[in-house]
Design a protein around this ligand. Structure first.
Ligand SMILES: [Zn+2]
Length: 79
């Protein structure tokens, strides 16, 4: 996968935990395959991961349990 910002280096495949919102409730998807540009840090979600997230958001994939974590709102900390 090529970086959308036009960097020459190929993007690196990585696994990430991502938070999404379903009906205003946060849900976490762990070990989601993502691509990260080693040059500029741009992240890109491959189609396979996008489909998986879509299935999760549509309730097609069974939950593996509850996820509870501390929440930090950064938007107004350094405003
Ligand atoms: Zn890049």
């Amino acid at each position: 996968m090529q970086c959308p910002n036009g960097c020459l280096m190929p993007m690196e495949k990585t696994k990430e935990d991502k938070i999404f919102y379903r009906n205003n409730e946060p849900i976490v998807v762990t070990d989601l395959t993502m691509y990260v540009c080693p040059n500029c840090g741009q992240e890109s979600m491959p189609l396979s991961s996008a489909r998986l997230v879509e299935d999760v958001l549509n309730g097609k994939i069974k939950s593996a349990g509850k996820f509870i974590a501390e929440k930090y709102e950064t938007s107004d900390i350094y405003a």
